[in-house]
Ligand binder design. Structure first.
Ligand SMILES: [Zn+2]
Length: 679
């Protein structure tokens, strides 16, 4: 239940080669904030376009991408750095089993397109045979379990995580899942864009089944049957906004109780094969989904289930197989993201490597690219934000004193993780060789499965990181009451950290990352977890009521935004993130006002300190999206799109009006009575 910062880097990013080293050697001559402005737009009309429009106008989205913006530019630098690390590893020819051997072989197996083309989908033969061998619900269960071990999705989702009600214990969690499209809405929405995605998905199912079946008539029949099965599972799945309530999505039960409520799936056998039988209870997110699944296991003929599993297997593996298998899949993906062509191969290999052994790469990465001075700067910023939040809470007129005391306690105990972990994961038991690539991927998935399952029944390791140091992202984890900010999130492309002025950094990182993440511990979801990380609400009913009253104003504000076609933002589903953006902006500002830079108030690049603060914030959301992608984000993401993440919160902040001299009559102007005030 990490609340990720809003970047839609779907575990992968970008294109175009720049030489990042050249940039690093000399101080950049231009001020990044001044050079991204669009001076033809008035800040009071559309602040996002004023701040980022110059860059947007001169920067087309590359054909291989569905979005383009700051995270991708940072990622571009990171890609180039990682590529060098990989190429060095290949040349080094490290001893068998060494990190360098694994990185080098992973890279080689992914780049070896000759072998990949020759093999086609044959590396999946053993898995295909296992699926073909299913004869009854029992063998269906065992095959599903061994596919789950290898990271092949199907039927439902499972993961190991802290027990929400007892953060000292790791639990095995079962959620709804098993769909071929991103979520239930894709099966039922009737707008044109979704209808197109459905058509492309059905076409993809048909092509894939035709590849492995004797004749086209049986492939067509099989595709229809599998689609109907998925639709029934989708119908029984909860909607995005209904997944927000941690109590309703927490249903602890024994394996026996689960076996009683979903009797047609052999849970005992599943637990044995997945290595999860060490725990006697599981946490089921959506019990009604499991009843449906169980009924389907009885009522859907086994041949349909077999075709369903074959599809899941090929769809999950498509990115690592031959070009025909991949391009069929990519044609469908296009309708979801709008990207016109696949990302270049070496970047796709790095994306996969990031998922498989990212921390091994990260170890080499930070050695070269995140120094002690930078680490200290951001550690200090976290403490300044913590103090600003304490002061803000003390001034709240709607929160009771008893709740305030608990808030101070929780705030003071938030663990800060900045840059990279103190202790690295040990990949020595993972075997990586020169190919086939897909089998390296499967073994890595199995390593991660073992790694997670091994946590069951053991004390929680609170020093662990769930993101690699080179990631452009951050999270708050309520079960550990911690904020985690990898080195990558602080990077501004083309600039060294010491070249960045405080106003920019407080807007870009302190507000949109540190402040944003810290408020997650106190919002409608985070407040349900106490200082120890247990699901135990520490607010009074009256405080909740007051908070909800204020939250309803931000729900209303965001419901009005209409980023694409007829789609409006779902103010309810995105409220937690919108509140965090607004809170983060205020906290960053409070902390910034205490810096020497703010007090001196010198202009840089012709911009005042206050202007630079808000522009630094907007730089963090400098993105443009294709319409397909924007629609997908609005339907599936609990974050608002980039533009609204800037224009939404700023209009609630008094200093914004002051900084850009915005007056009644300007488009962005909101009278004080309409401004949302929460933190
Ligand atoms: Zn967030």
């Amino acid at each position: 239940m990490n609340k990720m910062l809003a970047i839609a880097i779907a575990a992968s990013i970008l294109t175009s080669c720049n030489n990042s080293n050249e940039k690093e050697d000399s101080k950049p001559a231009t001020d990044i904030l001044a050079s991204n402005l669009d001076s033809t737009v008035r800040p009071g009309d559309d602040f996002f376009m004023y701040a980022n429009g110059g860059w947007i106008k001169r920067t087309p989205i590359p054909d291989a991408e569905s979005s383009w913006g700051i995270a991708y530019l940072v990622q571009e630098e990171i890609y180039n750095r990682l590529r060098k690390i990989n190429e060095n590893a290949v040349n080094e020819k490290g001893a068998a089993g060494s990190i360098s051997q694994k990185i080098g072989d992973f890279w080689k197996s992914g780049m070896d397109t000759v072998s990949i083309e020759k093999a086609g989908i044959t590396p999946l033969n053993n898995d295909m045979k296992a699926i073909e061998g299913i004869t009854d619900p029992g063998s269906l269960t065992s095959v599903m379990a061994s596919l789950h071990r290898k990271g092949i999705s199907g039927m439902f989702s499972n993961y190991v995580g802290q027990d929400d009600k007892n953060s000292e214990v790791m639990a095995f969690k079962l959620d709804q899942g098993g769909l071929g499209m991103p979520n239930r809405d894709y099966y039922f929405n009737t707008d044109e864009r979704t209808v197109n995605v459905r058509a492309a998905y059905k076409k993809y199912m048909l092509q894939t089944l035709a590849q492995i079946m004797q004749d086209s008539a049986s492939a067509r029949k099989a595709a229809d049957e599998v689609y109907a099965l998925e639709t029934r599972l989708a119908k029984s799945s909860r909607k995005l906004a209904d997944l927000r309530d941690p109590y309703k999505n927490y249903n602890k039960m024994s394996w026996d109780a689960l076996s009683k409520s979903a009797p047609n799936f052999d849970w005992k056998q599943y637990a044995k094969i997945t290595g999860t039988s060490v725990v006697d209870t599981v946490i089921v997110g959506q019990p009604e989904f499991y009843s449906t699944l169980s009924n389907e296991i009885r009522s859907t003929p086994l041949p349909v289930w077999k075709n369903y599993l074959k599809l899941r297997l090929i769809q999950s593996s498509a990115s690592y197989l031959d070009s025909k298998t991949y391009s069929d899949y990519f044609e469908y993906r296009k309708t979801l993201t709008g990207a016109k062509e696949p990302r270049v191969r070496w970047k796709r290999v790095l994306d996969a490597e990031e998922n498989a052994i990212g921390e091994a790469l990260g170890q080499l990465f930070v050695k070269e690219y995140f120094n002690e001075t930078a680490k200290k700067r951001y550690n200090d910023i976290v403490e300044n934000i913590r103090e600003a939040y304490r002061e803000r809470i003390s001034r709240l007129d709607w929160m009771s004193d008893s709740t305030k005391q608990k808030a101070y306690e929780k705030l003071s105990r938030i663990t800060r993780k900045v840059g990279y972990p103190d202790k690295w994961k040990d990949f020595s038991k993972l075997s990586i060789d020169a190919g086939p690539w897909i089998l390296n991927i499967q073994r890595a998935n199995e390593w991660w499965h073992e790694y997670d399952v091994n946590k069951l029944g053991k004390p929680v390791d609170r020093s662990e990181w769930s993101m690699t140091p080179q990631t452009y992202n951050a999270y708050y984890n309520p079960s550990n009451n911690e904020i985690v900010m990898p080195a990558g999130i602080f990077a501004v492309p083309g600039y060294r950290d010491e070249d960045l002025d405080d106003a920019l950094v407080y807007g870009y990182a302190a507000a949109s990352t540190v402040g944003h993440e810290i408020t997650h511990g106190f919002d409608d979801q985070g407040r349900q977890y106490d200082a120890e990380g247990n699901l135990k609400n520490w607010w009074t009913e009256k405080d909740e009521e007051e908070f909800n009253k204020r939250a309803s104003a931000i729900i209303k504000q965001f419901n009005e935004f209409n980023p694409v076609d007829t789609l409006h933002i779902n103010g309810n589903a995105t409220q937690g993130e919108n509140i965090a953006d607004l809170g983060g902006m205020l906290l960053g500002l409070d902390a910034f006002k205490k810096t020497e830079a703010y007090k001196k108030n010198e202009k840089i690049g012709g911009l005042t300190q206050l202007q630079r603060y808000f522009l630094g914030y907007a730089l963090g959301w400098m993105y443009q999206d294709r319409k397909e992608q924007l629609a997908r984000l609005v339907m599936t993401d609990v974050h608002s799109p980039a533009k609204e993440r800037v224009n939404g919160p700023v209009v609630n902040v008094a200093e914004f009006y002051e900084a850009f001299d915005i007056k009644p009559g300007d488009k962005m102007y909101r009278p004080d009575s309409l401004r949302v005030k929460i933190w």
